[in-house]
Write a protein that binds this ligand. Structure first.
Ligand code: UT7
Length: 335
């Protein structure tokens, strides 16, 4: 069999402070009723002033290492997906590497906004498949609330902070066959990532972006979004990604056990479920208590699915995300 990237650990971290819809409605013209009805969000976590993205990432990574029964020394690749780095450079992954005490291999960031975790997962999978790295920490970590304009009710009610991490381990790879020589059917029953699918269409930058940056304004800027246009794109593009990744694996979408989506809007998730004839019971949703944590949302939801006993070893799990760029992506794996 070819080298498979197997998820052998998953860990998360959420900052202590919880910001409820009711509290937001005390400083901006909105209501708990509107937010819940239009998004499914009840509350979100907000990082403390002295908590940086790397702090959140390290706590999630340590939890993932514990879950895998490994030490920092066992890791030789760290990829952090984030839109809210500690510093303009170096990569937050380098800071995380030092804080964890990892001294081997490479560490770098990936920026694909809310799709970042799947972009990072897909990248790590290719590094492990090449045989050059053995175990990767793939981390989605965000202090996204720092990018919000708290006077803009159309965006400030949507996002939260948090982090989640997978430990991926390269397993198998002794057949001598190249990746392309082995049929999908031969390896689909093994644990690990089966297929990933990544897309970007930069013509839609204006739909969702931050109006600041190093080389433009020299400021951080705030999130700007044409929400209903993003919403319309989301259901179509996410469905397309999920169908494509399953077609590549020769597995019907309806064969999956669990659907672990990026948590942007409950209505988007249910729209996709309906379009693809999935069942609502298959959805792992954390949006009510976490809001949209951008690159962190998928591992946070995955952990919730493990904790309540839904996701079990061998289950087929489909991940998806869409974010600024626009970027969109899906990944199919066997837990
Ligand atoms: O993770 C990255 C990807 N992001 C997404 O996928 C987000 C996609 N978009 C969405 O989730 C939804 O578009 C939103 C939740 C952002 C907005 O929901 P919507 O149903 O599309 O509302 P809308 O933007 O069409 O606005 C409807 C009305 C407007 O008022 P008028 O013009 O009809 O009087 C808004 O001003 O709702 C108003 N509105 C609000 N009212 C109360 C917008 N935000 C709020 C708010 N509270 N927080």
């Amino acid at each position: 069999m070819t080298i498979k990237s197997v998820v052998i650990g998953c860990g998360t971290y959420l900052p202590e402070r919880i910001l409820t819809n009711k509290e937001i409605s005390t400083f901006v013209d909105t209501s708990d009723e509107w937010i819940q009805e239009r998004t499914g969000i009840k509350e979100r976590h907000v990082a403390a002033d002295d908590e940086k993205t790397s702090d959140l990432a390290v706590k999630a990574a340590q939890a993932a290492l514990n879950d895998a029964g490994l030490k920092a020394d066992d890791i030789d690749l760290i990829i952090v997906a984030t839109t809210t780095p500690d510093l303009t450079f170096p990569a937050t992954a380098a800071i995380v590497q030092a804080k964890l005490g990892v001294s081997e291999g490479a560490a770098f960031d990936i920026q694909a906004v809310c799709s970042g975790f799947i972009f990072a997962l897909s990248t790590a999978e290719k590094f492990l498949a090449s045989g050059q790295h053995k175990r990767a920490l793939v981390i989605g970590a965000e202090t996204f609330t720092r990018l919000l304009d708290w006077n803009d009710r159309a965006t400030c009610v949507l996002f939260g902070d948090g982090a989640g991490a997978f430990v991926l381990e390269a397993q198998g790879g002794n057949s001598g066959q190249s990746r392309n020589q082995t049929s999908n059917q031969a390896t689909n029953h093994h644990r690990g990532i089966i297929e990933t699918y990544l897309r970007t269409d930069g013509r839609m930058v204006d739909l969702l972006y931050v109006d600041g940056g190093v080389s433009s304004t020299k400021t951080t800027g705030h999130v700007k979004m044409q929400g209903n246009k993003v919403f319309r794109e989301a259901v179509t593009r996410i469905s397309e990604a999920m169908v494509t990744v399953c077609e590549k694996a020769n597995i019907p979408v309806t064969d999956i056990d669990w659907f672990v989506p990026h948590q942007a809007n409950e209505r988007i998730i249910l729209g996709v479920v309906k379009k693809l004839s999935l069942r609502t019971e298959q959805v792992v949703s954390t949006i009510a208590h976490q809001g949209n944590t951008s690159a962190a949302s998928i591992p946070l939801a995955y952990r919730a699915g493990l904790d309540d006993g839904r996701i079990k070893p061998g289950d087929l799990v489909l991940l998806e995300a869409l974010g600024g760029g626009l970027t969109w992506a899906a990944a199919l794996l066997r837990a």
